[in-house]
Design a binder for this molecule. Structure first.
Ligand code: ARG
Ligand code: ZN
Length: 876
């Protein structure tokens, strides 16, 4: 039941080609798979062929077009074993299965969503369609024939290029597709139904014209134009930045409303959660536009990093995901503002990946065992995987990194490879030994780097002592020191950069200091005055850093650093001790105070017109309650954290009243709505100002006026959030929630925002509200987006509501998990990860959390997905 990397071995049979025929029917779809195999060289000539299945029923089996007698094979729901096969000649198996798309509530394999047939095969969904060697190292060209009722399914889509189509008897038609690029089964896709389309074309660098099509529900075509624009920009960027051209005649995206994840990179036919396709100013926030741009790019970039070069086995998932996230981050940085996108990435990394890496679900970027691969589509594999890729780029420099990527594409095109193959390319182009660096892939846990510095005025030298510590994580107790590329700057009191004449004790290339030993003493010579040290500029390495700096030094960094990420980090570092102390004081019932140096620096940044508005907005968004909890590290009382943070917000609000009022006036975006990054930044700063103003307001009047005046979803949802969170019991908040609901009843994606805003209302009363909302007809339990909006937001983003002291939030979640698990194990397991930090709660809540987890643990009939997560979360 547990899969080990060490057990990997190649298949006994080579799959030459795949020919699939689907006769679509809502409840009885007939799938005929014709597979041509031959035995791999040197394999036992008697070895049987074992194919994967999942809940399958075999209804026919032919060998070379002749029915195979029963004694030659064994079929169970999860495997098909065929014996007595030809020893050396290729042979053809024709496998017929009958599946029920309508009954497929797991949303893996072939299922139906709003009357549309669609598939999700990564990681192991193809085996729910037909018996198959369902693993990523089995690559073949596919031909796909789709037969369906013509009126209900005018559209019949699959991977590759369109071969042709025609009528097919009474009321039916068929279409045939051929994908010449050998691919593993997880990249297979089929879509059939009746959808609208937005069409465009793209001419590649070498002059080929590609047809681009985005399919959405009829009537929603205008909302797909931003996604189309993002797609074309992605195609151009990948040509310019990585020399990657698209390789089929057509590229299609289909938006569906029931989808477990964000999107899927099936060859030539990406399937998307419609949340990441549909946008217009009335329904999408600036954050939605940014996500759509990023995810469209991400899936498109997979065509080279994932599809043309894929993973040998699922342990290598970060080979495609970490790398592709790195590529989409670079894309966003180039399309928008590099420091602003970097800050957003790091905030996300710290609030999502750091808790994973510091808790019971910690695992290496390249794991060595798993029980359920679906549970490894994690922020560690994706986001930390991206950080590791980014560190390779830092070590090599931009040009050499590109050379290494070129070699990777050259050397491994058409193959299924490993992380070792990937890293080797960068070793080969740079001559650098990346053995120690590779430990980043293999050792879990966020390293802690402790730094201390001393200036010697007489010797004009600055001595920096660095120590790295790798925390123990499940299954990994002792670890080796890592190669940590730490970007640094030494700044003089007047804000200018100090450049040492020489450095001893560590390699320094440009601003990158290479930390390789457990402890290292680095001396910077020729430093004329006491330097202020800026450590981990751009967040060049994903570590926790312990370095005590005076508020004065931090304020200096916040003011003068040329690296704007570091400025933002300095503001956070200035604010954090205040937030931590506030939580402790609130717990004791003591008054909360906030350091004036911090407030001054924050307000200075907020009103500094030389800074981008988006940056200023990010500076004003203090660490979240969950972030504060993580920094406190244990015995957490969510109510005290909330009360303390609110008190700090209020003090900032009072001190900055005039600044916020003038920002609210000046940061308007007149004229028609534009989703560009600069306008989005102005809206973000304006809404941040409004949020602070509402902290010192005692009435909802200002927020209500903002709600009434809003003419786009960014401003509307920001105002609604303030009304609902800051003034939850007022008539104004109730009226706005009602109005919003009435205006958007027809739009499920906007209703998700309405649900999420309410799920995040702080306080113990929110649980009742959620239970009430679950009874409304708008709430569809089978829909993952609805579930994530309401139950997911509550569990992940509402520490005081979910973590109410009587434990009712945890008990509610346990019930929901058991219920969701009956239909959709992947979704249940994902939402359950919200409990991963339960051990850092204060004892009473921790006890309640444990009981709720035990209730899940003891329940019968759990999916492997939920069983795996609950076992790991509870394990000591
Ligand atoms: N490969 C997809 C992406 O990141 C995600 C697929 C997730 N599948 C899953 N079974 N969890 O673009
Ligand atoms: Zn991906």
């Amino acid at each position: 039941q547990i899969v080990h990397l060490a057990d990997y071995r190649p298949t006994d049979f080579v799959l030459e080609r795949v020919d699939l025929t689907f006769d679509l029917h809502p409840t009885e779809t007939k799938v005929e798979a014709r597979l041509i195999f031959h035995r791999s060289e040197g394999i036992d000539p008697k070895a049987p062929l074992v194919l994967d299945g999942d809940e399958l029923v075999l209804s026919g089996l032919l060998l070379d077009q002749t029915e195979l007698p029963a004694e030659h094979y064994t079929a169970t729901p999860d495997s098909l074993t065929v014996k007595d096969l030809p020893e050396s000649a290729p042979f053809e198996l024709t496998i017929t299965t009958v599946i029920n798309p309508e009954a497929n509530t797991q949303l893996m394999g072939l299922y139906r969503t709003s009357g549309v047939y669609c598939t999700q095969c990564e990681a192991e969904g193809f085996r729910r369609i037909t018996y198959f060697p369902d693993r990523p190292d089995v690559l073949a060209p596919y031909t796909v024939n789709i037969i369906a009722d013509k009126a209900a399914n005018p559209l019949l889509l699959s991977n590759g290029n369109f071969l042709g189509g025609a009528g097919y008897g009474e009321g039916k038609h068929f279409a045939a597709w051929f994908d010449p690029h050998p691919k593993p089964s997880y990249l297979f896709a089929l879509v059939a139904g009746d959808l609208g389309v937005v069409e465009d074309t793209f001419v590649t660098a070498s002059g080929r014209e590609i047809a681009l099509k985005i399919y959405v529900e009829h009537g929603k075509e205008p909302r797909a134009t931003y996604a189309m624009d993002a797609l074309k920009r992605s195609m151009t960027w990948d040509e310019e930045r990585f020399g990657r051209e698209y390789d089929l005649d057509i590229f299609m995206i289909v938006a569906v409303s029931d989808f477990n994840m964000g999107a899927m990179e099936n060859k030539g036919l990406n399937v998307f959660n419609d949340k990441y396709v549909l946008a217009d100013p009335d329904i999408a926030t600036d954050a939605d536009y940014a996500s759509i741009e990023r995810i469209i790019a991400h899936e498109y970039f997979h065509n080279w990093t994932g599809n043309r070069i894929t993973c040998r086995d699922w342990f290598q998932l970060c080979l495609k995901e970490g790398l592709t996230v790195y590529r989409d981050h670079e894309f966003s940085a180039d399309q928008r503002s590099r420091p602003v996108t970097r800050i957003a990435e790091v905030r996300n990394l710290k609030s999502e990946q750091f808790p994973e890496d510091g808790g019971p679900l910690a695992h290496p970027v390249r794991p060595t065992t798993y029980r359920e691969i679906n549970n490894f589509y994690t922020t560690t594999v994706y986001e930390k995987g991206s950080e590791v890729t980014s560190m390779i780029a830092t070590l090599l420099g931009r040009d050499l990194f590109r050379t290494g990527m070129d070699l990777y594409f050259d050397r491994h095109d058409g193959q299924a490879v490993t992380i070792e193959d990937f890293v080797k390319c960068f070793e080969d182009v740079s001559g650098r030994d990346l053995t120690q660096f590779s430990l980043w892939y293999h050792q879990a846990g966020t390293p802690l780097v402790t730094a201390s510095g001393a200036y010697d005025a007489a010797a004009k030298s600055f001595t920096l002592t660095l120590e790295q510590m790798q925390p123990a994580t499940p299954g990994q107790t002792s670890k080796e020191p890592l190669h940590i590329p730490l970007r640094i700057a030494l700044i003089a009191e007047d804000g200018t950069l100090l450049t040492p004449t020489s450095v001893t004790g560590a390699e320094l290339t440009d601003d990158v200091l290479h930390l390789t030993a457990r402890t290292q003493t680095v001396v910077f010579h020729g430093i004329p005055s006491r330097p202020v040290l800026s450590l981990n500029r751009s967040f060049s390495t994903p570590i926790n850093l312990q370095f005590s700096q005076s508020a004065k030094d931090l304020a200096l960094i916040a003011r003068y650093e040329t690296d704007h990420f570091a400025r933002w980090q300095a503001l956070i570092d200035l604010g954090l001790p205040n937030l931590l102390q506030a939580a402790r004081d609130a717990r004791e019932g003591a008054p909360v105070t906030c350091d004036a140096v911090f407030i001054d620096a924050l307000l200075a940044a907020a009103s500094d017109e030389s800074l981008e508005p988006a940056f200023r907005a990010l500076a004003l968004a203090l660490p979240s309650e969950a972030d504060i909890g993580r920094e406190l590290g244990g015995d957490n009382d969510p109510d005290a954290i909330h009360t303390g943070r609110r008190a700090i917000l209020k003090q900032i609000a009072e001190a900055g009243k005039d600044i916020f009022a003038s920002l609210y006036d000046s940061m308007q975006t007149p004229g028609p709505f534009s989703p560009d990054a600069a306008s989005a930044g102005r809206r973000a700063l304006r809404n941040a100002a409004l949020t602070y103003l509402s902290q010192s307001d005692d009435s909802p009047a200002r927020a209500k006026a903002a709600y009434d005046a809003a003419n786009n979803m960014t401003d509307l949802s920001a105002a609604l959030t303030i009304l609902a969170h800051r003034f939850p019991d007022t008539a104004e908040a109730k009226a706005a929630l009602k109005d919003f609901h009435e205006r958007f009843t027809e739009n499920a994606l906007v209703i998700d925002k309405w649900l999420a805003i309410q799920a995040a209302i702080p306080g113990a009363a929110t649980l009742d509200r959620i239970q009430g909302l679950m009874e409304t007809p708008l709430f569809k339990r089978a829909n993952p987006n609805r579930m994530r909006a309401l139950v997911g937001t509550f569990a992940f983003s509402n520490p005081t509501g979910f973590g109410r002291a009587d434990g009712a939030g945890y008990r509610f979640l346990a019930q929901e998990i058991l219920d969701i698990d009956q239909r959709n194990p992947q979704l249940a397991a994902r939402i359950l990860t919200s409990m991963r930090s339960w051990r850092s709660l204060e004892p009473v809540r921790a006890d309640h959390a444990r009981s709720a987890l035990m209730q899940i643990e003891r329940a019968g009939g759990l999916s492997t997905d939920v069983r795996d997560i609950v076992d790991r979360i509870l394990k000591d």
